[in-house]
Design a protein around this ligand. Structure first.
Ligand SMILES: *Cc1c(COP(=O)(O)O)cnc(C)c1O
Length: 347
């Protein structure tokens, strides 16, 4: 079975397992006089995050979803308006934020091109006419198939937001993929935003966790919200240790993932039934448009599973194949063979 459903399928490396075994721990839900948790390994991960991103403070969270919840609840109060993409993970998945009976934030959407890059004029127009509390970006964009927003673009967006005093939050679940693909440092991609989170548990290969970072006062408030949501973890150094290893060694494996994704995209035969926009294959994700196949995404998902290939449906039109450390070239070849042969057989 070849499993290309998600890069969350990465398993901890031996180095990570060893670091986890010997991690020094404390009670991270208890706060020391500096406002940090008492677990030294979690603190080390948070400090390393600050070095890499150039942010003042960081907060280890159990998931990217949790980090997004914490960020929006720290940045906004009930009833306030958030400007974001209708195709963002925050809007599509963190749904309790925008449910009136739950957190009651109000979403407004900016327009974006077919690779998920926002139109600045549209953002500017909305920020000038609406009372917006927070602007959210996503880099890379999950829904658009791992597409990147360049540092230059992020910086232009920041200038508009800054001139109107509106903070910018980045869902950078896969910002390390963006950094590698764009050849721009993490720091350069993070400097223009006020706060961001990234996932350790996807392409970076750690078993659990995401890190939220930003200004020290923001993180102080975020730590309180994390506690109230039940997201404070006790001897979390055991998992943070793997996160530190992930941050120290990510580079080569992500480069290889991106090469493999491109190779996979090139091996899949685009035809009248399935097609790939090659320009969207920028990182570790291949998005296939199946809308002309005469089949539903669910049917395709099931049929491919029977033939030994697991993929994920993204909407009623797109299938997603994600490459990660642990999927080798031989498996990529097999996956392409299974898919090509299957598509050939569709009437
Ligand atoms: C995966 C993902 C998340 C959520 O992360 P989890 O750790 O799975 O909760 C948030 N945003 C984006 C863009 C993602 O791809």
């Amino acid at each position: 079975m070849i499993d290309l459903r998600s890069d969350t399928l990465t398993r901890p490396t031996e180095k990570m397992r060893k670091a986890m075994y010997s991690a020094e721990v404390g009670d991270d839900a208890r706060i020391d006089p500096n406002g940090q948790g008492e677990d030294p390994t979690v603190r080390a991960l948070e400090e390393l995050t600050c070095e890499i991103t150039g942010k003042e403070a960081a907060l280890f969270c159990n998931s990217g979803t949790m980090a997004n919840y914490i960020s929006l609840l720290t940045n906004c109060k009930r009833g306030e308006k958030v400007l974001l993409s209708a195709n963002s993970h925050i809007y599509r998945s963190e749904t309790a934020l925008f449910t009136e009976q739950l957190f009651g934030l109000k979403p407004l959407f900016y327009d974006e091109n077919k690779y998920g890059v926002p139109y600045i004029d549209d953002i500017e127009n909305i920020l000038q006419t609406e009372d917006i509390s927070l602007l959210c970006l996503e880099n890379t964009s999950n829904f658009y198939g791992g597409t990147c927003i360049s540092q230059k673009k992020v910086d232009e967006i920041r200038k508009v937001a800054r001139s109107l005093g509106i903070p910018v939050y980045l869902d950078g679940a896969r910002i390390f993929n963006a950094s590698v693909a764009l050849g721009e440092s993490i720091r350069d991609l993070c400097v223009p935003v006020d706060s961001l989170m990234f996932c350790l548990s996807k392409g970076l290969g750690a078993p659990v966790g995401s890190v939220l970072c930003g200004r020290a006062d923001f993180i102080r408030d975020a730590r309180k919200i994390r506690k109230r949501l039940g997201g404070a973890m006790r001897q979390a150094g055991v998992i943070a240790a793997a996160g530190i290893v992930a941050l120290e060694h990510y580079n080569e494996s992500l480069i290889e993932d991106h090469q493999n994704a491109l190779f996979l995209a090139e091996r899949i035969e685009s035809n009248s039934k399935v097609s790939i926009d090659y320009q969207s294959v920028q990182t570790n994700i291949v998005k296939i448009d199946i809308s002309n196949s005469g089949l539903t995404v669910q049917k395709m998902e099931e049929d491919l599973l029977e033939r030994g290939l697991k993929v994920k449906s993204m909407s009623n039109r797109f299938l997603r194949l994600t490459v990660y450390n642990g999927v080798d070239k031989k498996q990529i070849n097999q996956a392409a063979d299974i898919l090509n042969k299957y598509v050939d057989g569709i009437m």
